[in-house]
Design a protein around this ligand. Structure first.
Ligand SMILES: *[C@@H]1O[C@H](CO)[C@@H](O)[C@H](O)[C@H]1NC(C)=O
Ligand SMILES: *[C@@H]1O[C@H](CO)[C@@H](O)[C@H](O)[C@H]1NC(C)=O
Ligand SMILES: *[C@@H]1O[C@H](CO)[C@@H](O)[C@H](O)[C@H]1NC(C)=O
Ligand SMILES: *[C@@H]1O[C@H](CO)[C@@H](O)[C@H](O)[C@H]1NC(C)=O
Ligand SMILES: *[C@@H]1O[C@H](CO)[C@@H](O)[C@H](O)[C@H]1NC(C)=O
Ligand SMILES: *[C@@H]1O[C@H](CO)[C@@H](O)[C@H](O)[C@H]1NC(C)=O
Ligand SMILES: *[C@@H]1O[C@H](CO)[C@@H](O)[C@H](O)[C@H]1NC(C)=O
Ligand SMILES: *[C@@H]1O[C@H](CO)[C@@H](O)[C@H](O)[C@H]1NC(C)=O
Ligand SMILES: *[C@@H]1O[C@H](CO)[C@@H](O)[C@H](O)[C@H]1NC(C)=O
Ligand SMILES: *[C@@H]1O[C@H](CO)[C@@H](O)[C@H](O)[C@H]1NC(C)=O
Ligand SMILES: *[C@@H]1O[C@H](CO)[C@@H](O)[C@H](O)[C@H]1NC(C)=O
Ligand SMILES: *[C@@H]1O[C@H](CO)[C@@H](O)[C@H](O)[C@H]1NC(C)=O
Length: 546
């Protein structure tokens, strides 16, 4: 009896031990591939003394870490050969990896997800990856160059493709039109050229498309009407021309439509009456003429409306007054006329600057009335006098110079030049008279900032230049930032603008990646279009993670 028990005990313990020894582990060949990939990426903290599928050490970041910094190799161990696992997902986000993009991923045949968001990787997209059955591919925020290989069109399992914020160029390959499962197509901020391929008409499952900050040509194609599942469409400064095609009227599920900086001819407001789910509508600098349609008042979901920098005229439709959920209303830079509707202060932020409203007693108007920015909202007579709303009736003594420390405190430089303080909060839709002979107006909201809006920025690293304190703080603007000097004597002036980059870092991390594109106008004539950085930052195309 004893013997039997003992035997049974041994048998059991043998079973336990053996199940330990043969716990499913990553296939040896894939371990080798990971070593190779780690080297190429510059991923130095993978510890191969433990099984990569174990989730131990640095093979998976702790659950407490946010998805935006996720660091995880995920395996599937449920294959028929039950002792072996295969890598199905590699997510290495916000790691500052500074190697190159490894073709070697192609040797992980079960891989469904590659996510290298926010690193410092260079190289090109390997065409070898086309053999994979990827579902998610993100290379967002790296230094990847070259063009998209047409072979990517073979990955017909792909649902999400994000190549945003890289240095990719060339045309989008028509083969991508074979990705019939594609739901998300994000290519913002690259150097893509050419027309959107007609084959993209087949991508009827798309629900989220971002194309902005590229050098595309041609008009926004009418075939977008076949993207009937579309919920979000963002085309800021893509290079494409208007008019916005009428086919857009069929995209009834759109909740977020943002288009800006279209080239091409003037056109009337696009037909959006059936887009009754819109929460955000931005049609900025789209060469729109005519009036704003009344039906927008029927879009009860609308919370943000930005129609700035068009040539829209007529009065603000009274129907918009019923939109009690409206949070932001930007009608900046149009030809709107007529009196201000009585509901105009209802949204959290309203910007009416640069218009042609009829305002009673313009001399008594103040630029900021509660949440409404009225800076230069009513042109006065022949427009040669001062803008109304500054509360200035006469200038005691003309001044001949003006120095402002944009976003910062008062600073005397060289013992004889005093830069005025400009540190009062001004954001979203705000103008204020700060110095003795100047005012500032700031407009706009960063729709993708994902965090609380910020309208000033301070240097996050040491500044090496002379007079660094002049550059330590800056105003930030999402749409338009104006400094207006008044009571200046007639004469010719030299205007010096001093720029420093205090947001992007000067190192080899993802924080150093990005570029700025903005226009500068002096006395309403465009003088420079440059790609330099400035201490007053505007129009940065920088999205956060989602
Ligand atoms: C994880 O990686 C970091 C460096 O990125 C290293 O300091 C740390 O020791 C690693 N942890 C383990 C458990 O290997
Ligand atoms: C990457 O660089 C950024 C900015 O320089 C830094 O904030 C972040 O902690 C770095 N991430 C890692 C994982 O080192
Ligand atoms: C793809 O990404 C989505 C969204 O992040 C996620 O829910 C899904 O599980 C991923 N699919 C695969 C196969 O990794
Ligand atoms: C990637 O960048 C490194 C320097 O960071 C450089 O030596 C290498 O040539 C680059 N490789 C490619 C393919 O651009
Ligand atoms: C992959 O794509 C290329 C180019 O689009 C094509 O010629 C080739 O036949 C495709 N291969 C497979 C296996 O589908
Ligand atoms: C539009 O949204 C509705 C409600 O969410 C959904 O039932 C419908 O299938 C969507 N239409 C398309 C074409 O995706
Ligand atoms: C909106 O939908 C209705 C009903 O489907 C249709 O008759 C009308 O033509 C559509 N309007 C536009 C502007 O597309
Ligand atoms: C708004 O909706 C109402 C009710 O559905 C309709 O009668 C009216 O014509 C619509 N207004 C516009 C301007 O489309
Ligand atoms: C602005 O309004 C005035 C008077 O109503 C008018 O004379 C002028 O032409 C308008 N300017 C623009 C640009 O619409
Ligand atoms: C414009 O208005 C100013 C005063 O506001 C006046 O002195 C000037 O003569 C006007 N110019 C024209 C062309 O009407
Ligand atoms: C300020 O002083 C410096 C020398 O201290 C001189 O070169 C400069 O011309 C002065 N500037 C003005 C505006 O007076
Ligand atoms: C900003 O720049 C100044 C001047 O170089 C430096 O003293 C300060 O430490 C910097 N701020 C940060 C947060 O690095």
């Amino acid at each position: 009896m004893k013997l039997v028990t003992l035997f049974f005990f041994f048998f059991l313990s043998f079973l336990i031990t053996s199940s330990f020894v043969s716990a499913a582990t990553l296939q040896q060949q894939e371990v080798q591939v990971l070593k190779e990939i780690g080297n190429t990426l510059g991923k130095k903290d993978w510890d191969f003394s433990v099984d990569p599928c174990s989730g131990e050490r640095n093979w998976s970041s702790p659950a407490s870490k946010s998805y935006s910094t996720l660091n995880a190799v995920t395996c599937d161990c449920s294959f028929s050969n039950n002792n072996l696992c295969h890598v199905v997902s590699i997510v290495l986000k916000s790691q500052n990896l500074s190697g190159t993009i490894p073709p070697g991923f192609a040797k992980l045949p079960y891989l469904q997800e590659i996510d290298l968001t926010l690193n410092y990787l260079n190289g090109t997209i390997p065409k070898q990856w086309s053999s994979l059955n990827l579902v998610n591919l993100s290379l967002y925020g790296n230094r990847i160059s070259g063009s998209i290989p047409k072979e990517l069109g073979n990955i017909t399992t792909l649902k999400s493709l994000s190549l945003e914020f890289n240095q990719l160029s060339g045309e989008l390959p028509p083969e991508l039109g074979n990705l019939l499962q594609l739901e998300r197509l994000h290519v913002t901020s690259n150097f893509f050229t050419g027309n959107l391929p007609a084959t993209f008409a087949r991508l009827s499952k798309l629900n989220h498309v971002r194309l902005g900050d590229n050098q595309f040509s041609g008009a926004i194609p009418n075939f977008i009407q076949s993207w009937t599942s579309l919920q979000r469409l963002v085309i800021h400064g893509s290079g494409m021309s208007g008019p916005i095609p009428s086919g857009i009227s069929l995209l009834k599920n759109l909740t977020d439509l943002r288009i800006s900086d279209l080239k091409g001819p003037d056109s009337y407001f696009p037909p959006l009456s059936n887009l009754t789910n819109l929460g955000t509508l931005v049609l900025r600098s789209c060469n729109l003429i005519g009036s704003v349609p009344d039906y927008l008042g029927n879009v009860t979901t609308l919370r943000s409306l930005d129609l700035s920098f068009n040539k829209l005229s007529g009065s603000i439709p009274n129907s918009l007054g019923v939109l009690t959920d409206m949070n932001m209303l930007y009608l900046t830079g149009n030809f709107f006329t007529g009196p201000l509707p009585n509901w105009i202060a209802n949204p959290d932020y309203t910007d009416l600057s640069y218009n042609n409203f009829s305002i009673e007693k313009p001399d008594q108007l103040t630029c900021q009335q509660g949440t409404v920015n009225l800076f230069a909202s009513a042109l006065k007579g022949n427009n040669s006098g001062t803008y109304p709303c500054l509360g200035i009736t006469s200038c005691p003594k003309p001044s001949y110079s003006l120095h402002i420390n944009c976003g910062g405190k008062i600073i005397t430089y060289n013992g004889n030049i005093t830069y005025d303080e400009d540190s009062q909060e001004a954001g979203q839709a705000k103008s204020l008279r700060s110095g003795s002979n100047w005012a500032v107006s700031n407009t706009g909201h960063f729709f993708d900032s994902g965090v609380v809006d910020y309208y000033t920025w301070s240097n996050t690293s040491k500044l090496a230049m002379n007079n660094a304190e002049l550059y330590m703080n800056a105003r930030v603007s999402a749409l338009s930032l104006t400094y207006y000097g008044y009571c200046m004597g007639n004469g010719s002036y030299t205007v010096n603008l001093h720029f420093a980059e205090i947001m992007f870092t000067d190192d080899q991390t993802y924080s150093s990646l990005g570029r700025r594109v903005f226009d500068i106008y002096i006395q309403v004539r465009g003088v420079i279009i440059s790609t330099f950085s400035m201490t007053c930052m505007s129009n940065t195309f920088w999205y956060t993670l989602f």
